[in-house]
Design a protein. Sequence first.
Lengths: 297, 297, 297, 297
Amino acid sequence: MTANDVHYNKPAARFKLTRVGVSGVRKPIRVRRPGKEVVLTATIDLFVDLPATQKGSHMSRNVEVLEEAIDSASARDIGSLEEYAAGLAKSLLKRHEYATFSEAHIGADYFLDKAAPSGRKTTEVYRLTATARGRREGGRLVVKKTVGVEVTGMTTCPCAMEGVRELMRKRAPRAAKAMADVPMVTHNQRNVTTVRMEVPEGSDVEADDLIEMAEGALSSPTREILKRGDEAALVHAAHENPKFVEDVVRGILERIVERYKNLPDDAEVVVRSVSQESIHKHDAVAERATTLGELRK
Amino acid sequence: MTANDVHYNKPAARFKLTRVGVSGVRKPIRVRRPGKEVVLTATIDLFVDLPATQKGSHMSRNVEVLEEAIDSASARDIGSLEEYAAGLAKSLLKRHEYATFSEAHIGADYFLDKAAPSGRKTTEVYRLTATARGRREGGRLVVKKTVGVEVTGMTTCPCAMEGVRELMRKRAPRAAKAMADVPMVTHNQRNVTTVRMEVPEGSDVEADDLIEMAEGALSSPTREILKRGDEAALVHAAHENPKFVEDVVRGILERIVERYKNLPDDAEVVVRSVSQESIHKHDAVAERATTLGELRK
Amino acid sequence: MTANDVHYNKPAARFKLTRVGVSGVRKPIRVRRPGKEVVLTATIDLFVDLPATQKGSHMSRNVEVLEEAIDSASARDIGSLEEYAAGLAKSLLKRHEYATFSEAHIGADYFLDKAAPSGRKTTEVYRLTATARGRREGGRLVVKKTVGVEVTGMTTCPCAMEGVRELMRKRAPRAAKAMADVPMVTHNQRNVTTVRMEVPEGSDVEADDLIEMAEGALSSPTREILKRGDEAALVHAAHENPKFVEDVVRGILERIVERYKNLPDDAEVVVRSVSQESIHKHDAVAERATTLGELRK
Amino acid sequence: MTANDVHYNKPAARFKLTRVGVSGVRKPIRVRRPGKEVVLTATIDLFVDLPATQKGSHMSRNVEVLEEAIDSASARDIGSLEEYAAGLAKSLLKRHEYATFSEAHIGADYFLDKAAPSGRKTTEVYRLTATARGRREGGRLVVKKTVGVEVTGMTTCPCAMEGVRELMRKRAPRAAKAMADVPMVTHNQRNVTTVRMEVPEGSDVEADDLIEMAEGALSSPTREILKRGDEAALVHAAHENPKFVEDVVRGILERIVERYKNLPDDAEVVVRSVSQESIHKHDAVAERATTLGELRK
């Protein structure tokens, strides 16, 4: 027996495996975005399945596939992280001839120029994620891909606002009356909302749009630089727009249904919103994992 | 409108939600284990679903359910984390009358007395997880529960061991011959393996047994105190038992099939093994998510 | 040469080392608190220094020292984490005869029963830390110890509150007038504040007191269960007490100076407050690292 | 009183603060390295001190300073992270006229092309850190800066290797004899080593050199792609070069003393090595924090 045979040995215990691969590979990835080229510091996981008859997977092939994708000239023309992931999922199936399934996850911080209420420019950080799953269908390789965003923003609680209004009516009825149409104090907090959508071939799902939808559904987006006037304007606007995590998720679902009318019913959608409650030590969470078809009912 | 109505308002966007609740609640939990009572520092997530017709979930009820479970006299008699989780899943459905689904996750560090190769006692840390999912079935509440363990151990790579043997044959053929039956140097590393199993009513699935199976399937368990003799014995034994992550997962699956002959075919099993590769900056991963029935085929 | 000599070999490069030891050891620790006994899941680091003449430290002795401390009958009578740490620092110097310095860090989650504004009981999580540093002074072992707490609470921003008041004066002058004495909306957020104090022999510095000082200096403590009345009361009170992170640190320093009149001037104090800003993606931080003597000036 | 005055109010409690500022700001930073331009995803902390007479620090100025540094044309010519940090520390003192001290920390993942034993190219990830501390000296601003690297590599334990050799002598004396000059099996593991050095004005301290020194002092560097021949060669070489964490730290100190003969005696040096022990659940740590002068003695 040569050492080379180790991976092909029949395993003592004959079970197939759902996923075998590498996780936490870090690489710089260059992606062409509209009007610019961005360099992302990506964290990547790559998997294939393994039949019961084979002892081990050739894990070094996974990182080779990745390194080749990064070095290849054509990679320069890749316009999105999910295209990147799709290319990796295909190459994984080509290189692991025994595999029937492949999976590539990519995550990376991502920056966009945004505006404070005054219009002043600020650079904001988001997180992009992309997943692609490949399988063999007859002789063809079929890949399904998703794009995801993680957006940090702000929620103001509608329930505590009503509670404080009641309290004020008792304690300071005159002031309470004058404030009938004015937002009351409430707890607000940092919120992290994630949106993940399947990207059917030929569709126009864009990470930048998902970020905009998420920021629009929060009580307010947050901005890294807020001079005094901006700070007051943002805080006031957020209090005129109180939102539970439930509302944030539903607001995004509504925007998705409205925006992606041409996408098929079976396109998958996952939206999750987590408020790092300022009045508690724990977080509040809402989530919907479903398909576009379900949302259209 | 009273403030009290806020949660019952019809939501602007009418979508039901898959999960609404709290995450990251930390509580001390007392569990009776065979022959002892242990106090665990638990991290808990609690969710219910939310119908399209209701604006918000009463999140404070979730933590109340938890606090009551901890304070109630009967809680003192709870013998496992998964029983705890099942109780929480039931209470969640009772308190959230609008919910059709509930979910409780609990995670906690857990300590067991184990032995070094010499028999010397050492205290080892593991992580326990428990999940329970409740739903209404007619007028009844039905709960499905799982128990999980996270075990840190050691893997030694069979592939590099063969590679080094080949290398030795070329560089030092005489020594290589004398070493034909002796384990060769290879890379070894910290490995984190998780096992999660459904616990059907009346079954005897125990976290302590899953820990033992995982430790048995690794190249070697690790121990916090190893005097010199113990250290050499453990290292040598681990090299006589080289394992890919693939082998670790399959070894556990084999033990599960053998051990739980009386469990039903639809019982869910997830086994995942992650080696923090000493020769790479990334990890190696193998996973199987399936049912006992599939494994028995 | 016997294997036993490896640690005593002269190192190729002759440099002494500041710290050599183990980190991230997890153990259950039993501590007697006033009126109760608590079991903590502790994370422990243990170090000694190493002279230039010695190749390696006997690291297994560190964990042995720890295991013995946990098992010894006398450990049952230990009343605080910092006493525990002091015992470990002493034992480390006894067991590492070549060392001139030792250090023990312990961290653990810790729970206290607290009250919501209505008086309703809730269990709250905090983090305790303890550090002890030992050294030889003549034939004696001298140990200096500190106790620390990490408290999660809430800050409301005074600056944005003033900004919103100004904005209201322009947009809704009538309402603004009626609200002259009423707290305005502002951003508020989860805040994590840490206090660390030296504990001179015979002093009465107690973690529970430090927790109370920190909660008192925040805009408001947070509570895990808040029914509607409690929620409104807590939110309103927090807005009547707006605090920058700077104010939180100074408020705690003031309480420490007032409370610990009998402590010596050279007692070390570190206070740090971090607000997880709801309007930004980054945190705001204030810190003072000093001695009681400096604070008394 | 205008809202603008809030930050200048005299604080209720009059204590100066050591650090006030922002932490966790994420920005893309462009740095010119020899022969290339790299884009780093940086995490940044910025602080100034605060006199006892001033209520709050103008935190938004910190992020403005940062945004200006990134946008300014001259920033394009910045050749290192520590230069970047030094520029920030100076700007902080200019913008916070009340401050006597400023501090900037920057951390970022960083990639270098390296070679596997066969010469095959692989891209490896490291972490860069930079710190700059500014103070006023008469009318001048004086800045002290440091550069740091975090390198993930591999250590093989000399002590267990000797232990196994002893064990073999007893169990298989003939094989043991034949193996007298051959590396024995031992535990090996992922190791994370950090080096931080002061960078005096005009010195030639370079992050890339520190990375090379750290990789040279480990049992072996690790590489993301290792085909079978490379894997065996790397594993074998690492076993011919067993290292305690103590050895790694001393090996780097030795290289630093040798390499930086022209640096002043008061230049600060911190070296720390952490092995994620494959035979334990905890880590092994060695550290030296000192000055070049002390190391030269």
